[in-house]
Design a binder for this molecule. Structure first.
Ligand SMILES: [Ca+2]
Length: 291
């Protein structure tokens, strides 16, 4: 297959002096995918992102993650064209798999967003793309002509490679259209390649501050105080009966279990004395454990 390349590549050498203008993003989130570190912003070309040519990179996660931002070192399309391209997260069947559709099968695109392509000087563009992913293999892919995107852009090739990635490319002009792995290195420069980035945080489905991977109690009520395992007092001492099974032998048994747990939360500094007393009072006034 033939890769469409934008022709301003030669201009990149003029732009090296602009490197000092670039400042790195704060890295509060985990970097899940980073194919290359940021090269010098440049008035350069790159590998085209079109309605007929999509570019992507695979990534793997070992635990549930909530994606926060995706992006890459982008520049305009051929002849300085811009507008909006799409970024999509696609489920893959394995670490070397392609999307099963041409370009995508129903259901395998998990999230999309639009990115405004920088025109003129290239830039590292990262945009929000909130989606929670279970452990598995995924593709971040840029393209146009779908999901509301009508613009054109390019991924620059001036970035110092952090690995030896291959980039799945979808080419609609192939006959038939196809996904192909493409090892992309810059023209005459070794170890330079496309920069694609995915950032995220450990997933926390119930929002209790304890990541799902170490949360023993999913589905904690919003705002409830939890222990180190992500369990609220209600979850540790359910009204219906002990977590070990069965029912409370008496109302008093239930109230003492709540009392004991609330005391532990107080000792651990999770609640105040007043909160503890209110929790025990509410338990005493409840019908839990009553025959
Ligand atoms: Ca929880």
């Amino acid at each position: 297959m033939k890769l469409q390349i934008n022709s301003k590549i030669i201009d990149r050498v003029l732009c090296a002096a602009l490197v000092t203008l670039y400042s790195t993003f704060a890295k509060a989130d985990t970097v899940i995918l980073e194919t290359a570190s940021m090269g010098s912003p440049c008035n350069c070309g790159g590998i085209a992102i079109l309605s007929s040519q999509f570019l992507g990179s695979r990534f793997h996660i070992e635990e549930a993650m909530t994606i926060t931002r995706v992006g890459g070192h982008l520049t305009s399309g051929q002849n300085g064209t811009g507008g909006e391209i799409f970024a999509a997260i696609v489920q893959l069947a394995g670490p070397d798999a392609f999307p099963t559709g041409l370009p995508f099968a129903p259901g395998e695109v998990l999230a999309t967003t639009l990115i405004i392509v920088p025109v003129g000087l290239s830039a590292d563009v990262l945009v929000p793309l909130p989606v929670t992913l279970q452990p598995g293999d995924y593709l971040l892919v840029f393209g146009s002509g779908l999901f509301g995107a009508t613009g054109e852009g390019s991924l620059t090739t001036v970035n110092p490679a952090l690995s030896e990635p291959v980039f799945p490319v979808y080419n609609a002009n192939n006959s038939p259209p196809s996904w192909v792995d493409y090892p992309i290195t810059a023209f005459g420069q070794t170890n330079r390649t496309l920069r694609l980035v995915v950032e995220g945080v450990q997933a926390d489905g119930d929002g209790d501050g304890v990541p799902d991977v170490s949360d023993s109690c999913p589905g904690t009520l919003k705002g409830a105080v939890v222990d180190a395992n992500g369990c609220s007092i209600d979850q540790l001492v359910p009204c219906d009966g002990p977590v070990s099974g069965g029912i409370w032998s008496s109302h008093g048994t239930y109230v003492s279990a709540v009392s004991e747990t609330a005391e532990q939360f107080l000792t651990d500094g999770r609640i105040t004395e007043d909160q503890k007393n209110a929790i025990i009072q509410a338990a005493a006034q409840s019908s839990c454990g009553r025959k």
